[in-house]
Ligand binder design. Sequence first.
Ligand code: ARG
Length: 366
Amino acid sequence: MAIIETNTAIIKEAMEFIYICYSELGKTEEETAQRFSQIQTEVSETGAYTHTLEELEHGARMAWRNNNRCIGRLFWNTLTVFDERQQQTSEGAFEALLRHIGFATNGGKIRPAITVFPPSHNGQDAMRIWNHQLIRYAGYEKDGKVVGDSTSIEFTEACEKLGWRGAGTHYDVLPIVIQVAGEEPRFFDLPEELVLEVELDHPEIPAFADLKARWYAVPIISEMKLEIGGVSYTMAPFNGWYMGTEIGARNLADEERYNLLPAVAELMGLNRDSNRSLWKDKALVELNIAVLDSFHRAGVTIVDHHTASKQFKSFERKEETAGRKLTGNWAWLIPPLSPATTHIFHKPYKNDIVKPNFFYQNSAIK
Ligand code: ARG
């Protein structure tokens, strides 16, 4: 795109963002107009503009509020925003990520947070994280069999090419890979004591512990880009806390992931010969109880899907009161366990994309 067209596009996005953001922040019309004209000048002179800390903070919160796939949006306004736009090195960025993990984990009382690194300029990334999530288990494929998390196979191979070696268990925490523009990617191992994990057992089925299943406490998505007012933050990892079904009905249950249902059914003594026994469903419920109960007893924040749906209902009401149109992606909002027991299942949602928002972007892995 020609420079003038690009600048016009940025200014248009900036205008849409600034007017909404400033009105939500209770700024005067004069302040808003002044800030917008400042942005216009900055963009026409430099081809970009820099958000104030207040704009970055509120913009990131709006992005969460607008994310149609997220059932946890009631809490959008509690997001803590760490401004790390000054970072230029992978070491510095890694230190900032360690601070994020420590803050978010908070001994188990999980706090939603985002760390924002330098935005892209003229479509060029300043820095990228290769990981899908900051904390994630490795996946190894050996003669058609997978050890660990199958969703990590490609990234795990990339880490091995960089010289990393995992122990080869089902639950090896992957290193963080950071690439600064124009440099080789670098990997950093996470200090073990920083990564909170929960070993799973079941309140009524002692044999459950024999599965030696576990999951990490904090999901920190690190591959998406945060877009605010025409500015693309291509490195902006963010976290909330888990909803139990993400782990119990998907990560550990999907046939293509940890595929634990047959083993759970086995230790429950269920008849796996007939679909009509609903052994999968029974095992699924107990696996989800194990996840919720284990996290709870370990003092790690987690929400069950019934409570999360109730919270989403409050969010829907609050958005209506605020005079904002609710958007949502039904297929993502319904929980994978007992969806029709939640109100979400029984109504349609408009999947319109409103910005600021989080978007998928081209993979950083080379
Ligand atoms: N579903 C993903 C996982 O199981 C995490 C996505 C974000 N989840 C969240 N509760 N913020 O790892």
